[in-house]
Structures are given as structure tokens and as C-alpha cells.
Design a protein around this ligand. Sequence first.
Ligand code: ZN
Length: 373
Amino acid sequence: MARKTGYVWHEQYAWHDTGTHAGVYPAGGFVQPFQNFESPESKARFAGLVEVSGLIEHLTRVPARKVEIEDLLRVHTAGHVERIRSQSESGGGDAGDGFSPFGAGSFEIARLAAGGTLAAAEAVVDGVVDNAYALVRPPGHHAEPDQGRGYCLFANVPIAIEALRAAGKVKRVAIFDYDVHHGNGAQKIYWDDADVLHISVHQNQLFPVDSGMVDETGGGTAAGTNINIPLPAGSGDGAYWAVVENVVAPAVRAFSPELILVSSGFDASPMDPLGRMSVTSAGFKGIAERLLGLADEVCAGKIVFSHEGGYSPVHVPFCGVAVLEALTGIETGVQDPADVSFGASPTRELADWQQDVIEQSAQLARALGMIID
Ligand code: ZN
């Protein structure tokens, strides 16, 4: 079924300067200056393949705009916003953890990234498009109320949700985060909020190493509205599809949101330098297809993907186009060259020890009334 899909990309996202870190580590001493893993390449090449594949002709361009300061302040402390602004205006700085450098002007680019996610969500909620993909940069899912973290300056998805809620457009929202790293930012922001269901599947104890455990379930009246599925390293398509089928779908069905936001990172790719997972482009497409079916069932198809991580400049474009094929219902004919090596890999199959973790998360969600059989 062909769907009308909104698409956000702004050339300025590629101008966010992450300096000369050697992958993750600040250059200096014995660390030779290099390029940050979080470079423009993977996203710009994704946007490039959207054009070259012809997919752009089938997408509805949604213009990005900068969020206002008041939009930032619904989620972040004034101190954090001011620190990013002043560093940005004085040539650059770090978002808060020493691993998240940014150059001059990144405050404005980060506002444009949050605004890209917001514009995409508005287009879906207002019925301008059926669903949307916001290809934004810098990412947002590690950003916490009072500090940036893990390449993230501001929490793009929560900022979009809070702007929609302030405008009275939505009340109950579900977030599903399949980036290989834990969605610690949204978990923290919505810990006590019973109207936002946050589900994160990630590689166990990858980043942040001390968060994302199964027993982190939310506080007070929001107990149960935070669900973590910390998969063991090596998990592939089958494990991720089982997560969606056995945890995400029943929990979202029971929660009954008006809108689903997806934190879409492609760093669970087997080619990613920062993760040790094995999800193929077909695997990501299968995740998206399952989520679209779920959105059709619970919220009239209203689903918005916001780009997070993914650090293989070679593989991310193919994963991204595969997800956009699912969103639009259009086959581009683009073949993922990595299928030669990963297409028949046994790591694509669900293994018992992965199923055990998934079942543990499902059992806890069931015990807390978030999954109703
Ligand atoms: Zn990530």
C-alpha cells in the first residue's frame, strides 16, 4: 500500500562540526587526531541515496525549522540551554560528557534538528502526511534535562512531544528506540510520566554502561511505562523482530497511544564501529514494517521516525532507504551490497539466549500491567 511519507533533511545538519576526536576519544597525548565517528558522512550519504534512488520523488518534503527557546525549556534546564548557546557562540565546546564536541553554530543546528523532528511530527498529527522520517543531526536520545551526552545536545523526540502536548495536539505518546545504545535521555525525562510509554531495545551495557537494565521500569504512578530490552551482543534481525512482536506490540496495544515516535538509529548494523549487533538492512525494514502495522492498529498509522545514531557511512544509507521503502510502500530496486556477507549470516536468526532476555522484559511488563494477554 502506497503511503504519503513526510521527509526532513536540511543541508545544515551536515555542518554540525564534531572536530578531530579519534572515533570516540579526544585527540591528544598518544591519541592521534582523526575524525569523530559521529561525522556528517553516514547521514549525508543516506540523504544522497534518497535522491539517487529516486525515492525523493515519492516523499513529501517537510521543511525543518528551529525550535524556540521555550520549546527547549520544556525539557531542558535553563543552565544547559545557556551553556550550549554560549559555547556555540564562542567557537564551540562539549555537550556535557567530554565525548560530545561541537563547533561554532551548533546551538542553532541542534535547534534545527529538534525542529525537524517537531515539523515531521506535526505533519503526521495534522494529517498532512501518513507517516514521516526526520533525518536530523545532531541526534537526541542521550540528552538529559541538564546535560548533553553521547553526541546529543538536545532531546529531539521529547522536545517534539512536549511541543505537541503544549499545543493540545496529543496527550498519550509511545516512544520506541531501536538505536544500539540505550535511550537514557527519554527514560530520564519521562520516568514519572504515565502518559508516555518509553521502550528501548539496545545492546546490553554498551552506552551508557550503567543504564538500560530490565528492572528500570519508571517511578510512582508511571511504574511500568519504561521498558528496557538489553539484548546480548551479536543479536540480529530475528531478535529485533521478536522484540517488536513480543514486547513492543503488546505493550503499545495496551497503552493505546495517539502517536508513536521512533528513535531510529542504524548502529545495530554489523558494520557499525560502535556496536556489536548484526541487524541487516532487511532487518531494519522488517522492524519498520512491524511498527507500521502496529501504528495502523492503534493510532490510525500515525508514526514518526527521528534519526539517532548509525556510524557506518557505507551501510547506513542502505538501512535508511530500506526503512523509507517500508514507510512509503515503494520498492526502489536498491540492492544492499552488504547482503553478500550478511544476508545469509546465522546471526540473523533468533537465538535462545536472546529470547530469554526478551521474555524477561515481557514478563516484567506483564506483571506491571503493561502487557495484557
Ligand atoms: Zn547509538
